[in-house]
Ligand binder design. Structure first.
Ligand SMILES: C[S@@+](CC[C@H](N)C(=O)[O-])C[C@H]1O[C@@H](n2cnc3c(N)ncnc32)[C@H](O)[C@@H]1O
Length: 273
């Protein structure tokens, strides 16, 4: 390909901007309402389903399994924060005795509870984990106030603005208590929104349906990597046990190899006492 031609195709994706603006203008401004409306409209999950961040496979989770088993005390419950339709909640229930999925969206929680559970050790609860006191209230409600609970959180911090990240982490500190550990995995894509949606398969020819549903209904995500983790989980309160790069696996909507994998970041942290 000539240099001029490759430059013009690199810029072509920016022709999507008017369409992206038109679609995203319809998203409710209230983030919690946006999430609940999104989940209310989801009718299919798993392979070939409508959820953008659902790969329909346990491959990504299996990549986390050894790390989780190495750091999380199995005597404590595991809370999947921002569990969505619960695919990771159910995977966690395959390796830990008691798992609780929590999400701000009542429709997400209803959807998660309605999916085939496999094991009988999962429960779900609707709760805004950025609200003041939510961590202590949740610890109380799951009877984890004495020792604390472990936390699994995937794909949630990067959808919150910095102030809400700090509010959520304050709650995680309360929830983790004396013995709990927090595992996080987040997308950490460095590029502008057009580059991000292009990576996920959008082009001037069309936008895959699960991606369009997300653009239409949800706040624009950011990215979450080491710098964001250091800010949200200050070293004065949290000890970093392990971190590194991961691939966050999404819905393989285009079938193009690699397009369904988003560069990501994982970390394991524990409250300092
Ligand atoms: C990108 S989805 C990830 C869902 C799930 N963790 C997964 O990986 O399949 C983000 C989830 O965070 C939830 N969420 C957003 N803000 C929240 C909050 N303040 N408290 C609890 N959950 C929240 C959303 O409803 C949504 O289900």
């Amino acid at each position: 390909m000539s240099a001029a031609k490759s430059t013009s195709s690199a810029w072509q994706k920016y022709l999507m901007i008017p369409k992206l603006v038109r679609l995203s203008r319809r998203a409710p401004k209230d983030r919690h309402k946006a999430w609940d409306k999104y989940w209310a409209g989801i009718s299919t999950t798993g392979p070939g389903g409508e959820v953008l961040w659902d790969s329909g496979s346990d491959h990504e989770f299996l990549g986390y399994k050894d790390t989780l088993l190495r750091h999380l005390d199995p005597a404590l419950p595991v809370v999947d924060i921002g569990c969505g339709h619960g695919s990771f909640t159910r995977a966690l229930a395959g390796i830990f005795p008691r798992v609780i999925g929590v999400d701000v969206s009542p429709h997400a929680v209803a959807r998660a509870a309605a999916e085939p559970q496999g094991t009988g050790n999962t429960t779900y609860e609707a709760r805004d984990m950025t609200a003041a006191g939510a961590g202590a209230a949740l610890a109380e409600s799951i009877q984890a106030a004495a020792d604390g609970a472990n936390v699994f959180i995937r794909g949630v911090l990067h959808v919150l603005d910095p102030a809400h990240q700090v509010a959520l982490v304050e709650n995680l500190l309360q929830l983790a208590g004396r013995r709990g550990t927090v595992f996080m995995a987040e997308t950490n894509f460095h590029g502008n929104p057009v580059e991000y949606v292009s990576h996920l398969g959008a082009s001037t020819r069309g936008i895959p349906a699960p991606l369009e549903l997300a653009i239409r209904g949800l706040p624009m995500p950011g990215h979450f990597g080491p710098a964001e983790r250091e800010r949200a989980f200050p070293a004065s309160d949290w000890e970093l046990l392990e971190d590194g790069q991961v691939a966050i696996e999404t819905n393989p909507v285009t079938g193009v190899p690699g397009q369904d994998r988003v560069p990501g970041y994982y970390a394991v942290v524990r409250p300092r006492h």
